[in-house]
Design a binder for this molecule. Structure first.
Ligand code: NAP
Length: 482
C-alpha cells in the first residue's frame, strides 16, 4: 500500500537554533524528506536563525552537508537537494539582543502560514517570544514549536508555560514529544477507536496488566553531564512513557480533535494514584569490560541519578482499578526496544492440560526498532500428539503489511507537517505537562529526600534484579528486552 501524500499549504518556518544538533540531524533532513515526496511545496520558505556568522551560501553548504550525512539514501538526489536549498535563507539573530530582528521580519511573507521552531535551550523561550511580539513578527495565527525538556519539575514547567503564554495563546503552542509522532503510537488510537474488537476487552475485567518498556542499549554517551541532572524519571518517564500510558489507558474521546484527545489524556494523569516507594526500582549501570560505569560517564563519582527505573503504577478509575501498569526504561540494557504489552487475563476455566511456560494472550504494540503489532494466541500444537497447546503470534509489521520499506518516516517529519496543518492532536497541552510533573515531582523528591542510591546493574541485561522481582512477587513477569 503506497501512502498518499497531501501537500501542505505554503509556509514560512523559522528555525531558531538552525546551526544546532537537532536542526541539523532531524528538522532540516525531515523537511527535506517531506519536500522530496511532494508534501512540502516548493513555495515554502525555511529561515534558519542563530547567532553564528554565515552568509547565505555558507549556510546552504552546511545544510547540504547535513543532508548528505543525515538524510536517507533516496534523499540524496542532487537536483532536489539544490531546489530545497533554494528555499532556505539564514538570518543572524541573537535571541537575547536586538540584532537581526528586522532582517527576520523582512524575510517573512504576510500571506502564508508562519511557524517558529524554538530548537534552542528552554531558557530562551521567553526572550524569543517577547522579541517576536515586540517586532510584530508573530501574528495571531503563528505557531510556536518547543522541544523537550519542558521543565525540570512542576515549578519550572509552570514558569515555561507562563513564558510562552505571555506572547502566545495555547492554541498556538506546539510542545513536541517525538514519541507521539511515531506511526505506532497513532496506530494505537486507530486500533482502539476504529475497531469494535478491542474496546469491550479494554478494561480490568479482561486485562491483567500492561507493561510499557523503553529500553536503550547505549549509555548516556556524550550527554552525561546533562543526564546526571535529569535521570530516567525526568528524561523518559514523565514525558514519553507517560504519553504511552495515557494513550493506552484513556477513554475514547468524543471526537478525534486535539482538545478532545488531550482532555482524555489529562484525565488519566489525574487519576494516577501516588506511587509507593516500594513499587519503584531505580538502577545505575555498572562498568563492564572497562567501558565505564554510569558514574564514569556522568563524570560524577557520587551520583545518585538513576539510569534505569521500573515502577508499578495504578490508575484509580472504573476502567483500570485492579490492572497495574508497569513502566520500565533504562540505558545499557540488552537491546534497543520500545513496546507496550497489553497482557490479558487467563480464561476463567481451562479445559486443556496445563501448558508449561504458557504466557497467555497479549497484544504487543512495538514502537522500535520496528513498528508493528503482534497478538499472542494459544493454539493446538500441530500433529497427532494429542491435544497439546502452543503459543503463536499473529504478526503485523507495518513495513511488511503496508510495503513501506522504502521511506521510513521520522517522527519529526510528521510532527512538523502537523504544525503547518495546525493540528495539535499529537502535541502536549500545557495543563497536560503540568499534570505529569505534578505526578512525578513527589516521587522524585521522595527518593531525593531519602537520599536513596540506585541499585547497580550490569550492562547488557534487563536492569537490577529487584526490577524482575517487582513483577515476580505478583506472579507476573516482564517480557524479554530486545
Ligand atoms: P545545540 O546543538 O546546543 O544548539 C543550540 C542552538 O541554539 C544553536 O543553533 C545555537 O546557535 C542557538 N543559540 C544559542 N543561543 C542563542 C541565542 N542567544 N540566540 C539565537 N540562537 C542561539 O542544541 P540542540 O541539541 O540542537 O538542542 C536544541 C533544543 O532541543 C534543546 O532544548 C534540547 O534540549 C532540545 N532537544 C534536542 C535533541 C537532540 O537530539 N539534539 C532532542 C530532543 C530535544 P548559535 O550558537 O549559532 O547562536
Amino acid at each position: 500500500m503506497v501512502s498518499r501524500v497531501i501537500p501542505v499549504d505554503p509556509f514560512d518556518l523559522v528555525i531558531f537554533g538552525a546551526t544546532g544538533d537537532l536542526a541539523r540531524r532531524k528538522i532540516l533532513p525531515g523537511l527535506f524528506h517531506r519536500f522530496m515526496v511532494g508534501q512540502v511545496p516548493g513555495t515554502a520558505r525555511i529561515i534558519g536563525a542563530a547567532r553564528s556568522e554565515y552568509d547565505q551560501q555558507a549556510f546552504r553548504d552546511m545544510v547540504r552537508d547535513n543532508l548528505t550525512e543525515f538524510a536517507t539514501k533516496a534523499a540524496k538526489q542532487t537536483e532536489l537537494v539544490e531546489q530545497f536549498l533554494d528555499m532556505i535563507v539564514y538570518v543572524r539573530v541573537d535571541a537575547t539582543g536586538n540584532d537581526g530582528w528586522s532582517d527576520l521580519a523582512a524575510a517573512l511573507r504576510s500571506d502564508v502560514v508562519r511557524a517558529f521552531y524554538l530548537s534552542v535551550t528552554p531558557s530562551l523561550f521567553g526572550a524569543i517570544g517577547a522579541k517576536l511580539h515586540a517586532n510584530d513578527i508573530a501574528t495571531p495565527d503563528s505557531r510556536i514549536v518547543v522541544e523537550k525538556p519542558f521543565g525540570h519539575d512542576l515549578e519550572t514547567a509552570r514558569a515555561l508555560n507562563a513564558d510562552l503564554r505571555r506572547n502566545f495563546e495555547e492554541n498556538q503552542i506546539y510542545r513536541i514529544d517525538h514519541y507521539l509522532g511515531k506511526e505506532t503510537v497513532q496506530n494505537l488510537m486507530a486500533l482502539r477507536f476504529a475497531n469494535s474488537l478491542w474496546e469491550p476487552l479494554w478494561n480490568s475485567t479482561h486485562i491483567d496488566h500492561v507493561q510499557i518498556t523503553v529500553a536503550e542499549s547505549l549509555g548516556v554517551e556524550g550527554r552525561g553531564e546533562y543526564y546526571d541532572r535529569s535521570g530516567a524519571m525526568r528524561d523518559m518517564v514523565q514525558n514519553h512513557l507517560m504519553q504511552l500510558l495515557c494513550l493506552t489507558a484513556m477513554e475514547p474521546p468524543s471526537k478525534f480533535e486535539p482538545n478532545s484527545v488531550r482532555d482524555e489524556k489529562v484525565k488519566v494523569i489525574e487519576a494516577l494514584e501516588p506511587v509507593d516507594l516500594a513499587d519503584i526500582v531505580r538502577g545505575q549501570y555498572r562498568d563492564r569490560d572497562g567501558d565505564g560505569s554510569y558514574r564514569d560517564h556522568a563524570g560524577n563519582p557520587n551520583s545518585r541519578t538513576e539510569s534505569f527505573v521500573a515502577m508499578k503504577v495504578k490508575i484509580g478509575n472504573w476502567r483500570w482499578a485492579g490492572t497495574p501498569f508497569y513502566l520500565r526504561t533504562g540505558k545499557k540494557l540488552r537491546g534497543r526496544s520500545s513496546e507496550i504489552a497489553v497482557v490479558f487475563r487467563d480464561p476463567p476455566h481451562m479445559i486443556f492440560p496445563k501448558m508449561e511456560g504458557r504466557r497467555g494472550n497479549a497484544l504487543i504494540i512495538h514502537l522500535q526498532p520496528d513498528e508493528g503489532i503482534t497478538l499472542r494466541n494459544t493454539i493446538k500444537e500441530p500433529g497427532p500428539g494429542g491435544m497439546r497447546l502452543a503459543e503463536v503470534t499473529l504478526d503485523m509489521t507495518f513495513a511488511d503489511a503496508l510495503d513501506q520499506h522504502a521511506e521510513p518516516q521520522d517522527a519529526y517529519e510528521r510532527l512538523i507537517m502537523d504544525v503547518i496543518r495546525g493540528d495539535q492532536t499529537l502535541f502536549m497541552r500545557g495543563d497536560e505537562v503540568e499534570a505529569a510533573w505534578a505526578w512525578a515531582d513527589p516521587i522524585i523528591t521522595g527518593w531525593e529526600d531519602a537520599r536513596l542510591t540506585p541499585a547497580g546493574y550490569d550492562p547488557g541485561g534487563s536492569g537490577p534484579e529487584d526490577a524482575l522481582m517487582l513483577l515476580h512477587r505478583e506472579g507476573r513477569r516482564w517480557r524479554e528486552i530486545g
